[in-house]
Design a protein around this ligand. Sequence first.
Ligand code: TXA
Ligand code: MG
Length: 339
Amino acid sequence: MTAGPEEIALALAMLKQGGLVAFPTETVYGLGADAFDQHAVEKVFRLKGRPSHNPLIVHVSGPEMAKRVTSDWPTDAQRLADALWPGPLSIVLPKSPKLPAIVTAGGPTVAVRCPDHPTTLALLEVTNTPLVGPSANLSGGVSPTRAEHVYDVFPNDEVFVLDGGPCRGGIESTVVLLPAPESHGLATILRPGLITPEQIEKILRTSVLVATHETLSSDRTQPLLSPGMLDRHYAPHTPALRFVETDWKHVAARLDHSQRAVVLAFEPRTLNSARHSLVILPNDAGACAAALYALLRDADATKPDLIAIESPGPARLASDPRWFAVADRIRRAATTIGP
Ligand code: TXA
Ligand code: MG
C-alpha cells in the first residue's frame, strides 16, 4: 500500500510550513521534518520528548542528497550505498557545517539513510530536501510499525501521517560508523539491525567492529559514540521480563504471583492460570522482527501486570545473524530473569 499523489502533496505543504509528517519506511515509521529547518526539528524533539543529547537520523533520496548534509563522502560510504540503499542502513559520517547543530545533538557526525519505501522516496523526491526521522513514537516507547500506532500518539493537527501500510522490516535500521580515512580504523556497528555485520564486511572487504553496551559506555575519556544507544528503549508500559528457553521455570514461578500476564514464546508453554495468555513468536528471524513491536503493543494494550518474552537462545543466534538484532530489541524492552 502506498499513499497517493494527493497525500504526498499535502505532506509537502506541511513540511514547507515547518510542520511535521510521519512517513513509512521499510523498518518503522519516522517522524519527519525538514532537516534544514531548525524550528521544525525542535518540534520533533519536543513532541517526542526526546532528550536533546540524542542525535537524529537524516533521510535522503540517495548519495547526492547525503552529500548535502555530510562534509565527507568516502569510497566506503559509496560502496555501502551502492549495495544496500535504499535499505535499512544508516551511515554515520562527519556532518556538514550547514546542517543545523540540533539535528546531530551538537555532535560532529550525522547518520544518513535512504529508506526503501515508495511513498517516502516519492516524498523525498518532491521535497528535494533531507528529512530528519526518528522513530515516530514517544521517547523510550515501542517504535511504530503501522500508521495507527502513530495516529494514536501525536495530535493530528501537528503531525500529518502518510499511511504506507505495515512496515516490512519491523525493527530500526543498522547504524554503522565509518572511520575517518586517515585513521585507518574499522567501521563500527553502533546499532544492530537486519543488515548484518557479515553483509557489511563482504562489501567493505574488511572486518567490522560491533559495539556492545560495554564498549559504548566504558571509555569515559572519549565522547559517547552514540548517545542514544545507552537509553532504555523500545519498551512497553507493562513491566516486561525476558528469558531464554532454559530459564522458563523461573518465569513460571514469577507468573504464579501475577494476576494477568502475557507470555510471548517460540514454543507452546503450559500456563497454570486462565488469566495468563500465550502468544507464539515467529520462528524465522525476519518474520519475528516484522511482528515483534506490534505483538508487544498488542500485549501492552490488554493491560496485564506482566509481559514475559522469550529471547532467541544460542541455537537461533547461530542459525541466522539477524536474530542478534531481535535479541537486542528484546533486551532493551525487557529486564532479564534467570536463576
Ligand atoms: O530505521 C530507522 O533507523 C528509523 C526509521 C524511521 O528510519 N529511525 C530511527 O531513528 O530509528 P531513531 O532516532 O529512533 O534512532 C536513531 C539512533 C539513535 O539511537 C541515535 O542515538 C543514533 O541512531 N544516531 C543518530 N545519529 C547518530 C550519530 N551522528 N552518531 C551516532 N549515533 C547516531
Ligand atoms: Mg527510536
